[in-house]
Design a protein around this ligand. Structure first.
Ligand code: HEM
Length: 226
């Protein structure tokens, strides 16, 4: 078997796929957050941003399909690693061991992962496709009328709460995921562990708090107009 096929089949290979795809999503979500903060600058900025994204044309579809591949690979490797760890646990239970220290955080990662997937489905149906949006609009020049669409969506209290709860799970999932991702990729020296922890909690908090600020400001009519 060639080295790439061997890596792909091994547990560590699956963990590397999970770590690399996770880190790609962290960068994507940071840039998404950056774009969304344009809500604070007003309609002109936010809609110009949506228009620019729309104008990427075929490149936008390459990026979308690339991200879809990244998400599928991340979920596939997470399920595969979970199955391996469950099988190992069953084996060790037979040997008399009854506890597993990482069970709770692993369980939180799985529940968080499921909530994030459900959120992404809703979010796409809401703001990209307009299927569940009460008044979805496109700009005449092309691209979604992002400022209007977001304002209308987030002024619905249950929707805003769902967004806020979901991004808390995104932040928690990222904090834990970034830590284990760095570990998988070899950044596991006692000298680096403090920085690893601070970076992962810092990024997770930034993603949760930054997104909550946008949702709350829109819900409380601090932005988006009357
Ligand atoms: C809660 C804060 C968020 C806001 C205000 C927000 C806003 C938006 C808006 C306005 C769009 C549509 C852009 C357009 O079609 O012009 C969009 C698309 C999208 N968002 Fe978000 N988003 C948020 C959080 C998230 C999170 C946490 C994720 C992932 C976990 C995410 C994933 C996506 C994806 C995958 C798209 C589709 C991108 C595309 O059309 O290619 N968003 N978001």
């Amino acid at each position: 078997m060639n080295p790439i096929a061997r890596l792909y089949k091994s547990t560590i290979g699956k963990k590397v796929i999970m770590a690399v795809t996770g880190l790609i999503m962290v960068f994507w979500l940071l840039s998404h957050l950056g774009g969304n903060t344009l809500m604070f600058l007003g309609q002109e900025w936010m809609d110009a941003y949506a228009h620019k994204i729309h104008n990427l044309g075929p490149l936008l579809w390459v990026m979308r399909l690339g991200m879809l591949g990244v998400i599928v690979a991340h979920i596939w490797s997470a399920i595969a690693v979970t199955r391996i760890s469950w099988a190992a646990r069953e084996h060790s239970y037979k040997g008399g061991r009854k506890t597993n220290v990482s069970t709770w955080s692993a369980r939180l990662m799985r529940i968080g992962g499921i909530i994030i997937v459900l959120f992404i489905f809703w979010h796409l149906a809401d703001l990209t496709l307009g299927w569940v949006h009460p008044d979805f609009k496109m700009q005449e020049e092309g691209g979604a009328a992002a400022y209007h669409n977001l304002t209308v969506s987030l002024r619905q209290i249950p929707v805003a709460i769902f967004y806020m709860v979901s991004v808390i799970f995104v932040g928690l999932h990222f904090s834990h995921g970034i830590q284990s991702g760095f570990q998988t990729l070899g950044l596991n020296h006692p000298k680096w562990n403090g920085i690893r922890k601070m970076t992962s909690w810092g990024l997770g908090t930034l993603i949760a708090v930054g997104n909550i600020a946008i949702v709350a400001a829109t819900m409380f009519k601090l932005i988006g107009g009357e």
